[in-house]
Write a protein that binds this ligand. Structure first.
Ligand SMILES: [Zn+2]
Length: 336
């Protein structure tokens, strides 16, 4: 059962606030604190240091332990995994594919700097999908090795864990990072609102076309890999994405979402292990490396991206105590 830590109380005593004042650790205070004048709620907020809401270490640990996940991150290089499928996502397009539980998949920069918008679903239930906002709350605005991709409520469990990230960008002096869970995805509806015209190759539409062709492929039963899915995907199942390879942040002055040219180079990849049977989809964004502002003119160069799926050697996972993730243990009572 998922347990969230008891968080430190946000309530601050008058004495603590006095100490903050004494340390001159206050910005924008407009109400001097004295014994007979308590600070306003605004001053209280300004004077309180950030309180991290979710203690990651209080979440259920990685099954098999951190050492197993380090092993997974080098399994391909150490010949502990066998390539089962290789795909190429064409420019301004998307593909969807199966990843059985305990398999690895990579999204790879094969031709030039390019970002991808990624979705994933439980292979047995299209209503269980990657939950970008909760993942952002639990981990950070940008993900890297060791972070998990959580699913939506009422399932809320790890769908996948990042096992390798060759970019490993961290955060630069503008606060930008790579692989964000901030943005939703480019879509034709926003495009229409802003331009009054139709554009059919935004990531949302690419993912929608990929979902529909995935259904057809399943129905035709011509999938050459382990077919672990019987789900039928529709446009309404397309959800907020992991922005693979995308370099983004918020401006310090206006706090607006910004992008920078993706630092991804040919040969870079991000790698995941599936914590349950999944269907994964990714779109090659029409913004390319996102070095141009949306609607700002110019024609982005858009490259294909590679996908590789690997089966780990027999016993590697099970021998370490790994097993697929279980859906959340909450009773579902909601106080009723
Ligand atoms: Zn896009």
């Amino acid at each position: 059962m998922l347990k969230i830590a008891n968080h430190p109380s946000p309530l601050i005593t008058d004495q603590q606030i006095d100490m903050s004042d004494a340390n001159s650790n206050v910005h924008g205070t407009n109400n001097k604190n004295t014994n007979d004048a308590k600070p306003s709620r605004k001053d209280l907020a300004r004077q309180t240091k950030p309180i991290v809401c979710y203690a990651v270490e209080s979440l259920p640990p990685l099954k098999g332990g951190a050492a197993l996940y380090r092993t997974l991150g080098t399994a391909v290089a150490n010949n502990q995994a066998t390539l089962t499928q290789r795909l190429s996502i064409p420019p301004r397009s998307a593909l969807a594919w199966n990843v059985p539980a305990g398999h690895l998949w990579r999204i790879i920069c094969t031709h030039g700097p390019q970002v991808a918008d990624m979705n994933c679903w439980s292979a047995s239930n299209p209503n269980e999908h990657f939950y970008s906002s909760k993942t952002r709350q639990i981990h950070a605005t940008h993900l890297s090795t060791g972070d998990r991709l959580w699913s939506n409520m009422p399932y809320l469990r790890p769908l996948a864990t990042i096992t390798a990230d060759t970019i490993n960008y961290g955060f630069d002096e503008d606060g930008a990072g790579v692989h964000d869970v901030i943005g939703s995805r480019c879509d034709p509806y926003t495009h229409y609102l802003m331009t009054g015209t139709d554009y059919n190759y935004c990531c949302h539409s690419n993912l929608t076309r990929a979902a529909l062709s995935y259904n057809k492929k399943n129905r035709d039963n011509d999938d050459t890999t382990d077919n672990t899915s019987s789900i039928e995907l529709k446009e309404c199942h397309i959800h907020d994405v992991l922005n693979v390879f995308m370099c983004t942040g918020f401006t310090r002055d206006t706090h607006q979402y910004f992008t920078k040219p993706s630092p991804v180079d040919v040969g870079d990849y991000i790698e995941f292990v599936a914590e349950t049977d999944l269907v994964v989809s990714a779109s090659t964004c029409p913004q390319g490396d996102v070095s141009l502002a949306c609607g700002g003119g110019g024609e982005p160069i858009v490259y294909p991206l590679g996908v590789e799926i690997y089966k780990l050697e027999e016993g590697l996972l099970e021998g370490s105590g790994w097993s697929p993730s279980d859906v959340n243990g909450y009773s579902g009572n909601h106080g009723l």
